[in-house]
Design a protein around this ligand. Sequence first.
Ligand SMILES: [Zn+2]
Length: 181
Amino acid sequence: MRGREQLAAFDPGGLEVLEADLAAFEAALQRENHTLKRSLTDPHLFSGIGNAYSDEILHRSGLSPVKLTQKLTAEEVERLYQATRATLVEWVERLRREAKEGFPEKVTAFREDMAVHGRYQLPCPDCGTPVQRIRYAENETNYCPKCQTQGKLLADRSLSRLLRQDWPRTLEELEQRMRRT
Ligand SMILES: [Zn+2]
C-alpha cells in the first residue's frame, strides 16, 4: 500500500492515449490552452509522448507545433488523436522488433527512419521540403513548413537574433534564397 502511494506520487498522471477514447483525448488536450507541442509533451496531460514522438505525431497529423490546443476544430482533434495512436503503435512495434533482433535503441536520439524529428534541413518524406526547426533551451522542434504550417516558417529565436531581419518568414522566401545561393 505504502509502495503504491509512493508510486502514485511520482506518476504525473498523463493520459495513456492507446487506452483512451477520442473524448478523453480531447478533454486532456484542451484542458489548458497551450501550443500543441507543449501540450503533447506535458507528462501531466499525456503519458509517454516525448520530444521525438510529438514531432512525428504533428507531422503525421499535418498540424503546426505552435497551434493552440483550444483553437483546433473537431476534425483536427480527431486527426491528431488518430496520428498519436498510429505513431505510438508504429514505434512500440518497431522497437519491440529491434529488441528481439538485438538492436535495442533509444528513441530520444536521432533516428534515420523518423519523418522530421532530428532531420533539420533534410527532405520531408512526404513532400521533399527541407525540414525546419525551432530551437529552445535544450530541445528543438522539427516540422515541415509545407505539410504543417502552410509554408510559414516559425520564428527561431536564436536564429532570429543572429540573422535579424535576414530570417526568411515564408517558405517562398526561403526557396528564393536557396535558388539565389
Ligand atoms: Zn512535407
